[in-house]
Design a protein around this ligand. Structure first.
Ligand code: SAH
Length: 244
């Protein structure tokens, strides 16, 4: 799938926006990152000259923005809904960084909603209940609330970067190892380490955790898994020969 296809599935929803300048700045933030679908739930002023001025050439996005009376209506055709919030909430919604939210968007089918809240009060808990995930932009805990359009810019930027990386992977034919093949890989690694006396099967916990963390960070490709498995086999055979 080309990245334009994925970016084209993303719908930015602004709930209860009061300053028209923020609508314009949101359109600009979106267009610079290749997003084009804007939905507005009960905007205080729209259409509006200040919004158009702040869009600075992204007024095509404003022209085709759709306006809704209720949040529920704005979500109806969306399959994945991610709300954004500056505040840590008392009830904990599954929370993602903007980067992590890209993977969710990539692996989903259909329309993806990214929802932003009111300048003064954000999204209500009732609105967050309709979201599958919450996206939180890391910020100063004693001054955590970004300007609305700045928050849109950051999330849209991460979406674009993530999608571009994904495209590069596809173009280069990079195929990551599946969870099943990684499970076999870890088993083979463990057998080998036990075989050569490096891993104590009665006390494997810490070492195994470090190894998992290391390989998860690297994210092995399929051919790399095959190379490592070849190395494990060679080590075991070498060890057997040495001990015979
Ligand atoms: N006082 C409000 C702040 C609203 S800021 C609150 O505490 O929620 C307006 C909107 O910008 C938020 O609803 C959210 O959509 C977005 N936003 C601002 N700062 C953010 C952050 N650090 N992480 C994620 N979204 C943020």
């Amino acid at each position: 799938m080309k990245h334009n296809d994925i970016l084209d599935r993303i719908h930015v929803i602004l709930v209860g926006v009061t300053h028209p300048g923020n609508i314009g700045a949101t359109a600009r933030a979106m267009k610079t990152m290749g997003l084009s679908h804007l939905r507005l739930v009960q905007p205080k002023h729209f259409p509006n000259a200040e919004a158009t001025a702040r869009a600075a050439g992204a007024d095509d996005i404003l022209a085709k923005a759709t306006v809704y009376d209720t949040f529920e209506e704005s979500l109806q055709d969306c399959h994945l809904i991610m709300g954004t919030s500056a505040r840590r909430r008392s009830i904990s919604w599954p929370t993602l960084t903007p980067k992590q939210s890209v993977a969710k968007a990539l692996s989903s089918a259909g329309k993806v909603a990214i929802v932003f809240g009111r300048e003064q009060s954000g999204l209500t808990n009732k609105e967050l209940d309709l979201c599958h995930f919450l996206i939180q932009i890391s910020s100063n805990p004693t001054f955590s609330s970004l300007n609305l359009a700045s928050a849109v810019q950051i999330v849209a930027y991460e979406m674009r970067c993530g999608v571009e990386n994904h495209d590069d992977d596809l173009k280069m034919g990079r195929a990551y190892a599946s969870a099943e093949s990684m499970a076999q890989f870890y088993q083979h690694l463990e057998d080998t380490l036990i075989h050569i006396g490096f891993l104590d099967p009665n006390n494997p916990r810490q070492l195994k955790r470090h190894l998992y963390r290391f390989f998860n960070r690297i994210q092995l490709l399929k051919p790399e898994v095959n190379i490592f498995r070849g190395i494990f086999t060679a080590i075991q055979e070498h060890h057997k020969r040495k001990n015979n």
